[in-house]
Design a protein around this ligand. Structure first.
Ligand code: SAH
Length: 362
């Protein structure tokens, strides 16, 4: 991707337009939900640029090293072989970015004779164009709804769920309220909504102390519900990788990233990537409720080591001795606990009679 495209909109006119739209809306109708603010900001953000890589705003595991996608491909090929290598199978990726993960995973899968049809769920027109260059012949979808229903799925979502719009709920003296986005003069500020929100709060949080703040992500719950329903019906397996927690905790995890730095979440709507920790506890429950088998979650570091990242590292170092240190450093970024190894989690899924114990989940 060119530098110019990564810079997006250096003049900031898109950002100003979106800020102005939010201001008008708030003045006319009152505070808006954080989910609306985040959803519209990210839709604008992703549709107008390639945010990945050194010249962009952030970097992801597949962009750090080919080893990540290769081990994902190995995991999928292993389960597919255990099922007797069915001829028709669909590789489905949610939010595939530049298509790098898919390219590495499919190259590895092909070594085992696995050559699935490729379907991408991608909202961004500019990323779709890049993905067509990486994976010619890919079929794009706005959501899972139009993905074929007649074959097992091999499903992957890396750093997709963290971009979906969250709601924040705060426990006030009057009970649970939604944390909304309002205006103080021309500045966006958080304000408590006036509607009781107790029914949107998980049971065990209802009586939390005043000041408690939790996040929910109805969009993530709905996507996971569809994934699990499909896996149970069509058969197949999947991997969800993201940063987050295995148990819901109190506190805001919302952050905005621009040019590899954290910035104020209200500073530049549509010009910074808004993300929040993924609640794997919720994803597990939703998946299980829809009849899918859940593996893990475990940490990314543990999973990559179990899949043999250190063997792959040695092989790559032998092929390219001049880059041995660089490749080792990439491995460390993915695996070390002080980097992505502990914060990022990997959750496996399967359904429709596919194996319930995938590699790397202990
Ligand atoms: N998986 C890639 C990219 C992660 S960035 C990687 O690991 O490098 C998030 C991706 O999700 C982008 O491709 C973005 O366009 C896509 N995305 C974010 N929100 C989406 C939504 N609501 N619907 C479809 N795609 C979305």
């Amino acid at each position: 991707m060119s530098k110019a495209a990564s810079d997006g909109d250096p003049g900031g006119s898109a950002e100003r337009a979106l800020s102005a739209m939010f201001r008008r809306l708030i003045r006319e109708t009152g505070p808006i939900s954080l989910a609306q603010f985040m959803g519209e900001s990210n839709a604008r953000y992703y549709s107008s640029r390639d945010p990945l890589g050194a010249a962009g705003d952030f970097i992801t595991a597949p962009e750090i090293s080919q080893m990540f996608g290769e081990l994902v491909g190995l995991w999928l090929a292993d389960l597919w072989s255990q099922m007797g290598s069915p001829e028709r199978v669909l590789y489905v990726e949610l939010g595939p970015g530049r298509g790098t993960l898919a390219s590495d995973a499919l190259r590895t899968a092909a070594k085992f004779g696995l050559n699935p049809q490729v379907h991408f769920v991608e909202g961004s027109a500019s990323l779709r164009a890049i993905q067509r260059g990486t994976i010619p012949g890919v079929t794009h979808h706005d959501d899972l709804g139009s993905v074929p229903e007649d074959a097992p799925l091999l499903l992957v979502a890396n750093e997709f769920f963290d971009a979906l719009p969250i709601r924040q709920l705060v426990r006030t003296a009057q009970g649970w309220r939604e944390r909304m986005v309002g205006l103080e003069d021309d500045r966006f500020v958080f304000v408590a909504g006036d509607k009781p929100m107790d029914s949107a709060v998980p049971e065990k949080w209802r009586d939390a102390d005043e000041g408690a703040l939790i996040e929910t992500c109805p969009a993530a719950a709905s996507v996971m519900s569809e994934i699990a329903t499909r896996l149970a019906k069509q058969g197949g397996a999947g991997l969800v990788v993201d940063y987050g927690t295995t148990e819901l905790r109190s506190g805001s995890t919302l952050q905005a990233i621009r040019s590899h730095e954290k910035v104020d979440v209200f500073a530049a709507p549509g010009e910074a990537d808004l993300t929040a920790h993924v609640d794997f506890e919720m994803l597990r429950h939703v998946a299980a409720d829809q009849g899918a088998q859940v593996m893990g979650p475990t940490t990314q570091g543990q999973w990559l080591r179990a899949l043999g990242i250190d063997r792959r590292l040695k092989a790559l170092q032998r092929q390219s001795p001049g880059n041995a240190d660089k490749i080792k450093r990439q491995r460390d970024r993915l695996v070390d606990e002080s980097e992505m190894g502990a914060l990022f989690k990997v959750m496996g899924l399967s359904g429709g009679g596919w194996p319930t114990a995938g590699a790397g989940f202990g």
